[in-house]
Each structure stands twice: as structure tokens, then as C-alpha cells.
Design a protein around this ligand. Structure first.
Ligand SMILES: Cc1cc2nc3c(=O)[nH]c(=O)nc-3n(C[C@H](O)[C@H](O)[C@H](O)COP(=O)(O)OP(=O)(O)OC[C@H]3O[C@@H](n4cnc5c(N)ncnc54)[C@H](O)[C@@H]3O)c2cc1C
Length: 466
């Protein structure tokens, strides 16, 4: 046994310490199944002081630490495959306090995203960051990946909602970054450096989160569209009349996979190549008639222009939720088919160009492979999923997909976009970082990493290699 294991045991209560093979397997990986987990131990501290104690031991003995949240990450960021300590935040799952004047809630990092959404609702308010894994992901993980999701077009990413952060640094010191303040012009904002740092700069232990007003009776519309080119034209037509809460997109085979996996029936008969899902607030009841008139007018315009083939408008809260399942259930439905995921983005104005270039390239170079398209297309974010052919070995498949990613990353670079819109870089995308970031930028990131983590123990090998 390593001497540092004894040191860890001496500073932590027994309940914090796990080293069974099952624990190492389940805590040592995220949603990606590309790497075999092989951590040395798993620790589950219950307080900031216990996190500090773990980091002091790790720092002294120079042992790598992988912070672990809900393990729903899609870039291998929480993978521990090299004898690391997994520091899981699962036991730090308390909502600590709420201030109605500030509309801010202070939470421990292990609070599950959905629990925060529900807490906000109980206060008559809204926490708008939402996505299909919200029932398992944690606020600390969301902050470390700057998670986006389905409402970004209106409410922005996680970054927009983090007003303060408590972080334990590599050597065990604690910083309280921004303390919830709205206005604070006192130098570099270390809070924003931590957001999206994927566990490579420190362990997020607490966060002060801003809440906002609840939406006014959100309505969901799903439309069948004949081509990718029509997708953004439909968005523009609706956006000219409504403030959109969401504008999502998915392909015909994404819907088919969902129908098969969940045994659900599609809401309308017409079989279209692509579908879009829009959400917008109906507003106060006295304005319902005007809302419906405007909605029908836009609907007719896009139908007459041949941009839309069929559609459905939710008639109740339950139906709105059911329509959301059509989009939110896709990831889970295709997971058994072993997808290789690309999470790319460009400015919304460049989406038609991106869709055309990526579609042409994939159809030409990877004919015969099944591609499932979906994504938060209103934010310029496309999830391109290549499914493993049944007769291909997993390792060969992933190797072949690297070629696809290089090609697509080159297209994205030309369009000034990002090779990882919201899933982070982790292990899976670090090879492609140079397509979105200049050498000078990466060099500066490495200097920042060295300042926070001089011994290189915080989630090493993620985002970039030093
Ligand atoms: C079905 C499905 C749908 C998804 N949809 C979306 C989506 O729409 N939008 C989106 O953005 N993402 C989406 N994701 C990806 C994922 O849910 C997010 O990246 C999420 O924010 C990860 O949170 P987590 O708690 O599971 O983090 P983990 O996977 O545990 O960790 C992610 C990264 O954060 C680090 N980390 C975790 N906790 C901490 C902490 N307390 N301090 C420091 N570092 C930490 C880890 O080391 C790792 O690098 C989806 C995933 C699935 C499975």
C-alpha cells in the first residue's frame, strides 16, 4: 500500500474512504466508456475541511486527484485511469442557505442539478440551466464544465448564474471568489477562471447561484422540416415574433431511435427528414388570444413557404413535457448503439454553412455510417453522433472516428467555431484543442495551470498535457 493511503486514512473518517473494485470502477469514469477506470482509491469528503485535508495529503505526496461530480460528463474529464485519488463530491449535497432579497442560493458542490431546479421552484423562482442529465449531474460538475443545455438561447450557460465560488486549491488553501457580489471591480475574476476549468485548477466545494423569475406558461412547438437549410429560416421566422426559450433540432433517425427505445408514438403522422422544437412563453392569460393569433400566423407563413411540413403545438403542461421527451430522450436512446460524439459550434449566423459543409463531408467520406444529428441549434451548437457499425470492433471504430473529428474540426476552424461547444475537452477532445485555440492561448492556459497547480496534481492529462 502507498504511504499516502495511510496518511489519507488518518485525516478522514472511515465513511469517506472507499477502495473496493466496484467503487473504483463506478467512481473512476464518466458517461464515456472509452477508458478503463483504474484509480487507487475513492474519497467522499463531507465538508470543506475534509476536502482540504485530502488535498494537503495529495500535495505533500504529489498524488494526482480527479474531482468527480455526477459522472455524466461526455469528454472523459472525470476519468481516473492512472492510479489517481478520485475525490467525489456526492456527500456534499446540501443547500446551505437562501437569501430572498438577493435571490441567491448557496449550495455545496455535490447538489444535483435537478434538486437546485426544484428548490428554485419552491421559492417561486427559476434556475434555468437544464439538460437531459440534470437528474444526475451535480452543480460542481456543471460549473467545472460550464454546462449549457436546452435554454441557453434565452438564459445563457452555467457561467451566467454563478455569483460566487468557494474553491479548495491544490495545496489545500481555500479561496472565496466574488462572494456573490453583483459588482466587484477588484482585479481578475478568479471565479470565471474556475468555471469551465474541468477540475484542473481546484476543487469547487460551494457555489452561490443566482435564481431568476419563472417563465410565463411555456408553450412547446414541434415542426417537421424538409431540409437542414430550412432549419435556421424557421428559427428566424419565429424569432421575429417571439422571444425563444429554446430552439432545438433532431434528425429523422434520432426520432426513430427514441420511438424504438421508449416505445412512444410520434405526435404527428408526416415523416420529415428533420425536426425542430421551439419553446416560448405564452405570457399572462389576458394575452393568450394575441399569442395564439401570432403563433398561427407564423405557422402558416412557414408552411406556405415550404419550410415546414407538419407540426404540433402543446395544449397543456403535460403535452409540453411529452414533446420535450422527443428531444431530451435522444442521447439515452442512442447510447446502446455506441455513438462517437462531436459537440461543435459556430455563430448562429454561420449554422447553415456549418450544416452544409459537415453534412456534405460526412456523406462523401463516411458513406454507409449511420449519423444521428441533434443539438441546441439555436445556439449554433450541433451534436453529431456517429453510430458504431455492428460488425466493427469498438477500438477500430473509435480510431476511425478520430479521422472524422480531425476533418470536421478543420471545417469548424475555418468557420471560427469551437470543437467542444459545451461538453468540455477532457481526454477525448484534447488532441483537437488547437483547432479552436491558438498556440499563444494554450501557452497562457498552461501558465495559469502552473500558477494554481505547481505540482500538476489537479486532474492531470485533461484539457492539455503539460
Ligand atoms: C444524456 C446526457 C445529456 C447531456 N446533455 C448536456 C447538455 O445539453 N449540455 C451540457 O452542457 N452537457 C450535457 N451533458 C454532459 C454533462 O451532463 C455535463 O457536462 C455536466 O455538467 C457534467 O456534470 P457532472 O456533475 O456529471 O460532472 P462529471 O462528469 O462528474 O465531471 C465533469 C468534469 O468536471 C470536473 N468536476 C466535477 N465536479 C467538480 C468539482 N466539484 N470541482 C472541480 N471539478 C469538478 C471533473 O473532474 C470533470 O473534469 C449531457 C450528458 C448526458 C449523459
Amino acid at each position: 500500500m502507498f504511504p499516502w493511503v495511510e496518511a489519507l486514512k488518518s485525516v478522514l473518517p472511515a465513511v469517506c474512504f472507499r477502495d473496493s473494485d466496484d467503487d473504483k470502477a463506478s467512481f473512476g469514469r464518466d458517461w464515456t466508456k472509452h477508458h478503463e477506470p483504474a484509480p487507487s482509491v475513492v474519497v467522499l469528503p463531507g465538508s470543506v475541511e475534509e476536502v482540504q485535508a485530502v488535498m494537503r495529503v495529495a500535495y505533500e505526496h504529489e498524488v494526482a486527484v480527479v474531482p468527480s461530480g455526477g459522472r455524466t460528463g461526455l469528454s472523459g474529464g472525470a476519468v481516473a485511469a492512472n492510479g489517481e485519488i478520485v475525490l467525489a463530491l456526492d456527500r456534499m449535497n446540501q443547500i446551505l442557505d437562501y437569501n430572498a432579497i438577493d435571490r441567491q442560493v448557496r449550495v455545496q458542490a455535490g447538489v444535483v442539478t435537478q434538486a437546485l431546479q426544484e428548490f428554485a421552484e419552491q421559492q417561486g423562482l427559476f434556475y434555468p440551466v437544464d439538460f437531459a442529465s440534470a437528474g444526475s449531474s451535480q452543480i460542481g460538475g456543471n460549473i467545472a464544465t460550464n454546462a449549457g443545455g436546452i435554454k441557453v438561447i434565452r438564459y445563457g450557460m452555467t457561467r451566467q448564474w454563478v455569483q460566487g465560488l468557494k474553491v479548495v486549491l491544490a495545496d489545500g488553501r481555500v479561496i472565496d471568489a466574488n462572494q456573490g457580489l453583483y459588482k466587484n471591480a477588484t482585479g481578475y475574476d478568479l471565479r470565471h477562471l474556475m468555471i469551465g476549468s474541468e477540475g484542473t485548477l481546484g476543487v469547487v466545494v460551494e457555489a452561490q447561484i443566482q435564481l431568476t423569475s419563472q417563465p410565463h406558461d411555456p408553450q412547446v412547438v414541434v415542426l417537421g422540416v424538409p431540409s437542414m437549410a430550412a432549419v435556421m429560416e424557421v428559427m428566424q421566422a419565429f424569432r421575429a415574433q417571439f422571444e425563444l426559450n429554446a430552439f432545438e433540432f433532431f434528425s429523422k433517425n434520432a426520432l426513430a431511435a427514441l420511438e424504438e427505445h421508449r416505445s412512444i408514438t410520434r405526435p404527428f403522422e408526416t415523416d420529415s427528414e428533420y425536426y425542430v422544437l421551439l419553446e416560448m412563453d405564452k405570457g399572462e392569460p389576458e394575452h393568450a388570444d394575441i399569442f395564439e393569433e401570432r403563433l398561427m400566423a407564423v405557422f402558416e407563413t412557414v408552411m406556405e413557404a415550404g419550410l415546414v411540413e407538419d407540426g404540433v403545438i402543446s395544449q397543456s403542461t403535460q403535452q409540453a413535457q411529452d414533446l420535450w421527451v422527443l428531444r431530451e430522450g435522444i442521447s439515452e436512446s442512442i447510447a446502446p448503439k455506441i455513438p462517437y460524439k462531436n459537440d461543435i459550434s459556430v455563430l448562429p449566423s454561420k449554422v447553415p454553412e456549418m450544416l452544409k459543409a459537415v453534412e456534405e463531408h460526412v456523406n462523401k467520406s463516411y458513406a454507409g455510417w449511420e449519423i444521428v444529428w441533434f443539438g441546441h441549434i439555436g445556439d449554433g451548437n450541433l451534436h453529431l453522433n456517429i453510430l458504431k457499425p455492428a460488425d466493427m470492433e469498438k477500438a477500430d471504430f473509435f480510431k476511425a472516428c478520430h479521422g472524422v473529428t480531425h476533418d470536421i474540426s478543420a471545417i469548424i476552424k475555418q468557420l471560427g467555431g469551437s470543437v467542444s461547444a459545451e461538453h468540455g475537452v477532457g481526454l477525448l477532445k484534447k488532441e483537437y484543442l488547437g483547432y479552436s485555440r491558438s498556440e499563444d492561448e494554450v501557452q497562457l492556459m498552461k501558465l495559469i495551470k502552473q500558477a494554481f497547480d505547481p505540482k500538476g496534481i489537479m486532474n492531470p492529462g485533461k484539457v492539455f498535457d503539460l
